[in-house]
Ligand binder design. Structure first.
Ligand SMILES: Nc1ncnc2c1ncn2[C@@H]1O[C@H](COP(=O)(O)OP(=O)(O)OP(=O)(O)O)[C@@H](O)[C@H]1O
Ligand SMILES: [Mg+2]
Length: 300
């Protein structure tokens, strides 16, 4: 699926550890993203996904290990150079007040401007294109605080797109989006990736992660539990071990995507669950096996 134009990985985090006084938030984490690859970070709350994204973008200073960005050691690169290459859309939007949507998106151009240089016509156009792609142009002249949660989230993505990074780090990019915009935004990221961008995104929705990512990295307790293509990482066993949830994994018949049905918490669910009630014929799921009778025939 992925064509390796260049064998130097875009991002190569090797043995990264980050400790605070009370805890080890990242414990010898290895994560690699090749150019033109979409890597999804999955894992429970507190697993270390945001911490890892912040380490890779040099927002926090990890104590051990190394991150290389296009072959250069991250810590040796000036902040400005990092911003030329990489954009991070944080999980929690930074506090901004008084800026219009357009002004905020235009800020994505800063790393590409000379010192004391103002944005020019070309920058305006790039900002407008980014707003069109994220369907935020309708709010151009409105201040950020007047936007809804999902609208705001798309604006911060627009700012990162306007930055024209080679590496895009997204922390829960679809957390506030309606189903249509979840699909549109991840389709946009996928298209940019197919055009050569490298993306690493923390994604809670396992179905979206399976459908859009080339590789998944499952984190728990600051460690990489497993990584690889979605069909290898997403198994009832790994999902139960990481999240404590019984699941069935199957090939979704309509979209053809790998799909995850979340049956219930492992410590609460009865041995057998009636998935469809009412007039729909019941599909009985053997929770212990973690897969349904119908799904089994379609298991990939
Ligand atoms: N200064 C700190 N002291 C102690 N623990 C911290 C500190 N900063 C972060 N943590 C903990 O580190 C863990 C990892 O946090 P992180 O934000 O990376 O998780 P996450 O995988 O992104 O979770 P979520 O899915 O909730 O966004 C959390 O349990 C968090 O409470
Ligand atoms: Mg997080």
């Amino acid at each position: 699926m992925t064509h390796h134009i260049n064998h130097t990985p875009a991002v190569d985090a090797c043995g990264v550890s980050f400790r605070v006084e009370a805890a080890t938030l990242l414990d010898r984490v290895d994560v690699r993203a090749d150019r033109g690859q979409f890597v999804g970070l999955i894992g429970p709350n507190g697993a270390g996904k945001s911490t890892l994204l912040r380490a890779i973008s040099n927002v926090l200073s990890y104590q051990d290990g190394a991150v290389s960005l296009h072959g250069a050691d991250l810590k040796s690169l000036p902040a400005r150079k990092v911003a030329e290459i990489l954009a991070l859309v944080p999980q929690i939007a930074p506090y901004t007040q008084g800026f219009t949507t357009f002004e905020l998106v235009l800020m994505g151009r800063y790393p590409h401007l000379g010192r004391f240089q103002a944005e020019g016509r070309a920058d305006d156009q790039i900002a407008r294109d980014a707003m069109r792609l994220t369907e935020t142009e309708a709010f151009s002249n409105r201040t950020i605080e007047t936007l809804s949660g999902g609208e705001r989230q798309r604006v911060f993505l627009a700012r990162a797109v306007a930055q024209q990074p080679q590496v895009l780090l997204l922390d829960e990019p679809t957390s506030n989006l309606d189903v249509l915009h979840q699909l549109k935004i991840l389709t946009l990221v996928r298209r940019l990736v197919d055009e050569g961008l490298t993306a690493i995104a923390a994604i809670h929705d396992l179905n979206l992660a399976a459908r859009f990512c080339d590789q998944l990295v499952l984190l728990a307790g600051g460690r990489v539990v497993t990584d690889g293509p979605p069909r290898e990482v997403l198994t009832p066993e790994t999902i139960e071990a990481a999240f404590g949830v019984k699941s069935a994994i199957y090939r979704e018949p309509v979209t053809g995507a790998l799909a995850v049905s979340l049956i219930g918490p492992a410590d609460q669910s009865p041995a057998e669950v009636e998935v469809f009630g009412g007039t729909t014929p019941a599909l009985t799921v053997d929770v212990r096996a973690g897969r349904s009778s119908e799904a089994t025939s379609a298991v990939c």
